[in-house]
Write a protein that binds this ligand. Structure first.
Ligand SMILES: [Zn+2]
Length: 252
């Protein structure tokens, strides 16, 4: 075979391989972006659902405390009524006493009952203050719960939208990938996969501003000319990624 013809065929082959690698990178980068989008949302939804449960339990506990406070106050009130009854009896007795000793004894009982009643009244006031604080905490919790629920609904809606969109796009990307893999020289595919695995998913990068689009190291001018001619596959001497020339730049 004539050397120039051979050269022409090899060059044409390489141009096709470069094109295939660029397409493959575009497809895989898009895949990664789709997975990343989906990968984040389920986790965020999970976290919010847990937070929602925690706050709901917190609210239930506050509601319980309010009920307990109400029961306590009913009990204090009954004790006050009983003490008032007793107080009335003592005061009636006080009129009928015969001795100073008796008078002193009943007076002491009266004072003690009055103090008991005062103490119970203070407990009721304290319980009412506590309830006010509990209700304000519940109002805050309700606000937080509402925010979490709104956010959850938003995330769930986003995830459903992504799932709906990606189903179709993923099938299309998968088809494109299979077409390329069925045709591409396996050596280049392996090289591509190896670099992609080692370099955070990015194996094929365009030259941007005379630099590697992956690691941003400068690419010598002579090398850029050769890369533009596409007569062999060039890799970045710093990061090892495959360097390609694209007029508009590929999506990465
Ligand atoms: Zn590089």
């Amino acid at each position: 075979m004539h050397f120039f013809l051979w050269n022409y065929i090899e060059e044409k082959k390489l141009k096709k391989i470069v094109k295939q690698l660029i397409d493959l990178q575009e497809i895989d980068s898009r895949f990664d972006a789709l997975q990343l989008q989906k990968g984040d949302l389920p986790l965020m939804i999970d976290e919010l659902e847990t937070e929602l449960e925690v706050k709901k339990t917190e609210k239930e506990e506050l509601d319980e405390n309010i009920k307990k406070g109400e029961a306590d106050r009913r009990m204090f009130q009954m004790e006050i009524e009983a003490s008032n009854e007793k107080l009335k009896q003592y005061e009636e007795q006080l009129y009928k006493v015969q001795t100073n000793k008796e008078y002193d004894a009943i007076s002491l009982e009266i004072d003690t009952k009055k103090m008991e009643i005062k103490e119970l009244e203070n407990k009721i006031l304290q319980s009412l203050e506590e309830e006010e604080e509990l209700r304000s905490n519940i109002a805050n919790l309700d606000e937080e719960l509402q925010k979490i629920e709104d956010q959850l609904n938003e995330y769930r809606r986003e995830l459903n939208e992504i799932i709906l969109q990606t189903e179709e796009e993923e099938a299309r990307l998968q088809g494109g990938r299979e077409n390329i893999l069925a045709d591409i020289d396996k050596r280049y595919q392996w090289q591509y996969e190896r670099i992609r695995k080692a370099k955070a998913g990015l194996a094929v990068v365009p030259i941007k501003k005379n630099s590697c689009g992956g690691c941003f190291s400068a690419v010598p001018a002579q090398k850029i000319v050769e890369i533009r001619e596409m007569n062999r596959l060039y890799t970045c001497e710093y990061c090892g990624r495959i360097l390609v020339w694209v007029d508009e730049g590929i999506e990465t």
